[in-house]
Every structure is written in C-alpha cells, then in structure tokens.
Design a protein around this ligand. Structure first.
Ligand SMILES: Nc1ncnc2c1ncn2[C@@H]1O[C@H](COP(=O)(O)OP(=O)(O)O)[C@@H](O)[C@H]1O
Ligand SMILES: [Mg+2]
Length: 227
C-alpha cells in the first residue's frame, strides 16, 4: 500500500536520500534504524509529502503522494507524528484531542483513552503540565483521532524513561493490531522496538543497507554498529 520507488531527495544541492526502494503492506510494522543524519526523518517526510522527491516516487494506495500537500496526504489516511512533543501546551488534553478530531471527519476519543488511560485521568489538565511521556502519548493520540491507515512515527520514545518506552511501543503495537494500521517507526531504542515490528530497515548515509525480518537483525550482531 506504500510503495517507494527509486527515491532520491535533497536539501538544496545536498542530496540526502539515494535510490530508496521500500514497500509497506497493510498492517505491517516496520522499524527504521540508523545513526543521526542517516536520512530517517527525511524519508518519513517524503512519505507524507513534506519533502519533495528529487527523483523517483512515493505512492500511497496506488496514488502518488502529493509533495507539499501534507494535509491532503493526512486526510488520505497517512498519520504523521514528528519528533518532539507536538501538542498545544496551553490547551487541555481533551481540547488537544478535539482539535485533532476537527481536522478529520472521524474521531473516537474513547479509543485514545482506552489506549492511554492516563490521558483520560488528565483530560482537563493543560498539556504543558504533563510529563514528556504523557505529552508524547497525547501527540500519538491526536494522530490516532483521524483513524490513519498508516502511522509514520519519528522517534516517539526518545528521552523517555525505559518503562514508558515499553508502554509506548506496546500501545503502538496494540493500536496497529486493533485497527490493522501499518506502522513505519524511526527509533533509537532499537532492541525494544525490534520486539514490536515485523521488519527492520537500516539506513546509512541516505541509503537502505538492510531490509529484512526484524528477527534477522536481532541475530545479526555484525550490523549493530550501524545504529
Ligand atoms: N532542513 C534541512 N536543511 C538542510 N539539511 C538538512 C535539513 N534537515 C536535515 N538535513 C540534513 O540531511 C541529512 C539527513 O537528516 P535527517 O533526515 O534528519 O537524518 P536522521 O533523521 O536519520 O537523523 C543530514 O545530513 C542533515 O544534516
Ligand atoms: Mg531524525
């Protein structure tokens, strides 16, 4: 359902993605790993139309992903949670979720509260009073309000305590299983993530140098220096 073909991309004269081929099937969970600067964020940006391909293409459900039309691509079912806690800090938890719902036609507050009960308890509290992990849960919850068919997640657990990392990854996995959502997740917490994805991709200097079962990456210790 997501097909990336011969994709290259650049910022100005600096080419940062080189000839990427990648497909993500319905319901499939794929982890993207690699050092800082490997091009992981740029790849996600191409998938949601925030970064325009230099060469090649990204197709979603058989149609070209519109470059520079992020909102259109989001409406077509691509949920994107950028790095950092992207929430409206001065608004309450519930207001944040309602705003996210306004941007879409479908919404289900209860689903998000079921996934993250702590958000239900704190629904009237201002987002800025939440912990980093709770804000990240809220950012994920906001993107789930649109019932995406694919979730693009950029380092959703960076900076969180190990126990919260586990909780987040489990919630993402659970949500994907319940709704058949595909997941493309960039992560620094490689070991923890490998337990929750089907496939693993390793990037190096703008290229995909490994694309196979998550299990194989767990076994192939010779590749671990790459992330
Ligand atoms: N907005 C930008 N303008 C210019 N160069 C950028 C920009 N964003 C990222 N880069 C460069 O592109 C390369 C890939 O970055 P990025 O996709 O953010 O990698 P990663 O997410 O794997 O750390 C890096 O060399 C980075 O410095
Ligand atoms: Mg990044």
């Amino acid at each position: 359902m997501l097909t990336i073909d011969h994709l290259s991309a650049s910022y100005g004269n600096l080419q940062i993605l080189h000839d990427i081929h990648l497909t993500v099937q319905p319901g499939e969970r794929v982890g993207i790993f690699g050092h800082n600067g490997a091009g992981k964020t740029s790849l996600l940006k191409c998938c949601v139309g925030e970064l325009k391909p230099l060469l090649g293409s990204v197709h979603w459900m058989g149609e070209l992903v519109n470059a520079s039309r992020v909102e259109l691509n989001v409406r077509r079912g691509i949920g994107f949670v950028p790095q950092g806690h992207n929430v409206f800090k001065d608004l309450s938890v519930k207001q944040n979720l309602r705003i996210a719902a306004l941007m879409h036609e479908v919404s289900k507050l209860d689903d998000v509260f079921e996934l993250f009960p702590i958000l239900k308890d704190r629904q009237d509290q201002r987002a800025q009073s939440l912990s980093g992990g709770q804000q990240q849960m809220l950012a994920l919850g906001m993107s789930l309000m649109g019932r995406p068919q694919m979730l693009l997640l950029d380092e959703p657990t960076t900076g969180l305590a190990p126990i919260i990392v586990k909780e987040m990854l489990q919630a993402i996995h659970q949500s994907s299983l319940s709704h058949g959502t595909s997941v493309l997740i960039v992560e620094q917490n490689v070991q923890a993530t490998l337990a929750h994805v089907d496939r693993a991709i390793v990037m190096k200097q703008g290229r995909v140098i490994f694309d196979d079962d998550a299990k194989k990456l767990r076994e192939q210790q010779s590749l671990w220096h790459l992330f």
